[in-house]
Ligand binder design. Structure first.
Ligand SMILES: [Zn+2]
Ligand SMILES: [Zn+2]
Length: 256
């Protein structure tokens, strides 16, 4: 079985002591690739160091995360743009708008998102979108900035059936992670009517561990629980979920 974790932040220092064990557990569960979204200028080195450990397994992406958009965001963007142009990255990400934690920099978040969409178009890279309590604000900007050929993922999708249709209309995929396994999640109901060809898997490790690992630090090996849940929702074999979602990820990222 081949599973792809399209979104994991396991490059921070507190993972490094345990990284060999995390990598072997991932491989034991069939995870062949782990995409690493950057968050700001200070995390670039961490992402690169982990990729240097195993560049077949770990694939870097480069962007400024909306929660890290502050007063200095233009300097942050300059550092990230430089890295994006000089290095080899699978996507611009993660980018987007987050109105859950702090709305102080909403204007700056919008501007940073717009700028980074333009980079993705220019560099012909997919974008990885973080949308927390901000789907409508994201759609508004994407409607204006979208150009033919732009690809991407709405990571940690948690929207309605209508939101899903809007995402499908861009030709984007939805990243599904641990939240789909939660008891009160409305996501299984929404996903029932969405074709598997629009879905990719992710952990968002170390956050959002799936059942039965809630409360534990999430890691790529646990993605199997997300795949199992999707197999149950769709009433199809697990290997089919693995095959289709991995193919979908490859369509977004191209050959890596
Ligand atoms: Zn995110
Ligand atoms: Zn993330």
């Amino acid at each position: 079985m081949n599973l792809i974790d399209t979104h994991a932040h396991i490059y921070q220092e507190d993972f490094l002591a345990d990284i060999e064990a995390i990598m072997s557990r991932a491989k034991e569960n069939g995870v062949s690739k782990i995409y690493l979204p950057n968050v700001d200028v200070s995390s670039i080195k961490e992402v690169k160091d982990l990729v240097a450990k195993n560049s077949d397994l770990f694939i870097p992406m480069m962007g400024l995360h909306p929660c890290y958009v502050k007063e200095d965001y233009k300097e942050q963007l300059a550092g990230i743009e430089k890295e994006l142009c000089e290095g080899k990255y699978a996507a611009v990400g993660e980018v987007g708008i987050d109105l859950h934690w702090d709305k102080t920099h909403f204007i700056q978040q919008q501007d940073a998102f717009r700028t980074q969409i333009r980079w993705a178009i220019k560099l012909k890279l997919p974008i990885i979108i973080h949308a927390r309590e901000s789907l409508q604000e994201i759609f508004q900007i994407l409607d204006e900035e979208y150009r033919d050929g732009l690809k991407g993922i709405f990571h940690c999708f948690g929207g309605t059936a209508e939101d899903a249709q809007k995402i499908i209309s861009y030709g984007f995929k939805m990243g599904i992670g641990g939240t789909v396994t939660y008891k009160n999640s409305k996501l299984p109901e929404v996903l029932k009517n969405i074709g598997l060809q629009h879905i990719v898997l992710e952990t968002d490790a170390p956050y959002l561990s799936p059942v039965p690992y809630r409360g534990k630090k999430n890691e790529p090996a646990f993605i199997i629980e997300v795949a199992k849940k999707l197999a149950e929702i769709k009433n199809i074999p697990l290997h089919e979920v693995a095959a289709v979602t991995s193919k979908n990820a490859e369509k977004v990222f191209g050959e890596w």
